[in-house]
Design a protein around this ligand. Structure first.
Ligand code: SF4
Length: 341
């Protein structure tokens, strides 16, 4: 590889600046951007309306680092999981969840994860490295490209795959801005959700820099329980998290999504449900109750559906929007907390 910059890791303005510097007209940026982010090509030679000489010049400065698909699995419920190989041979997983009116792509932001939440299979894969901007943008481009032929669309993106997005903040911000660019992938801020374990000092930045939806992995409303389930709580506890959420710059009409995985005998009692209602008081909230998806070697046990429904009745009965998340992709280990790469 002689080239230097991965093309899909650039913002449109950066590409424009480089081409300006070369003395090229602004429409060149438009042409290239349309090939990469709308027609989803994966090689400079596929940009057929550019002259041979110009393509050669591009090849001397840019290249494509699109991950390779190592494995594709389709679940009984039509959820699709891809194992992607990055340039250096490391792998991440990416998941597509089709629904009637939309298609959600779950994107990874790190290889492995440093936070080691014990109920999460990803947490057993030690952090190897952060993903680069292009490696996150390319997940959306690749999924769109792959799904196009099947008439499936990627309308929503959730940063909920492998890793903690706020520990790869600068790259995530840039990738999300590229994904939102209205002249390219054009996925708006309302259709993008960033999911975090609660890196408190960074939370306000997400609202200010991106304005996307925020989901927080809560999983416990007592520090002793959350310390165990989300070890990051020992650094940023429930009080600090609540304080950050009370002052979070929420855009009009939006709510914070709270993820709560139900584990038998650990965080699923009626008292826990009432504690959850108390904890969320004052924060515009939506609660996702997640049936635990067991993985080989885990000692956690899923709560029964009966228990989950009682929990939901208490939380929902308080007026909070409360949804029991579908176990999508469980048969191919594509469900929440099952990604290991
Ligand atoms: S739940 Fe999220 S933050 Fe915790 S180990 Fe899994 S991927 Fe990492």
């Amino acid at each position: 590889m002689n080239s230097t910059l991965c093309l899909t890791g650039l913002m449109r303005g950066e590409l424009l600046d480089i081409l300006n510097h070369w003395g090229e007209k602004p429409f060149r940026t438009k042409q290239i951007w349309s090939w990469t982010h709308c027609k989803l090509v994966g090689a400079i030679d596929d940009m057929t309306d550019l002259s041979k000489d110009f393509r050669q010049r591009l090849k001397e400065s840019f290249y494509f680092c699109r991950p390779k698909i190592k494995l594709r699995q389709v679940s009984q419920d039509k959820t699709i999981k891809w194992l992607l190989e990055l340039e250096d041979g490391l792998c991440v997983e990416m998941v597509y969840i089709p629904e009637d009116d939309r298609g959600t792509l779950c994107v990874s932001c790190q290889v492995g994860c440093s936070l080691s939440c014990p109920f999460c299979h990803t947490g057993t894969h030690r952090l190897e490295r952060n993903l680069r901007v292009a490696e996150m943008v390319d997940q959306v481009i690749l999924a769109r490209f792959e799904l196009m032929a099947e008439g499936l669309r990627v309308t929503n993106v959730v940063l909920m795959g492998m890793g903690e997005p706020l520990y790869n903040y600068d790259a995530v911000v840039k990738a999300v801005r590229i994904i939102m660019d209205p002249n390219g992938l054009a996925i708006g801020s309302r259709k993008i959700t960033l999911s975090t374990a609660g890196v408190v000092p960074r939370l306000a930045d997400v609202g200010r820099d991106l304005g996307v939806n925020l989901a927080i992995s809560l999983h416990g409303v007592h520090n002793e329980v959350r310390d165990r389930l989300v070890p990051l709580n020992r650094k940023h506890d429930l009080t600090a998290l609540k304080q950050a959420m009370l002052t979070y710059p929420l855009k009009g009409g939006r709510r914070i999504t709270w993820e709560y995985v139900l584990l038998e005998g650990i965080n699923d009692s009626d008292e826990d449900a009432r504690g959850l209602v108390r904890y969320l008081k004052g924060v515009p909230s939506k609660v996702n109750l997640i049936p635990f998806n067991p993985w080989p070697g885990t000692t956690f046990v899923p709560s029964s559906m009966e228990r989950i429904k009682s929990f939901q009745e208490i939380v929902g009965g308080s007026g909070l929007v409360t949804v029991i998340r579908d176990r999508r992709g469980g048969d191919i280990a594509a469900a929440c907390g099952q990604l290991v790469g």
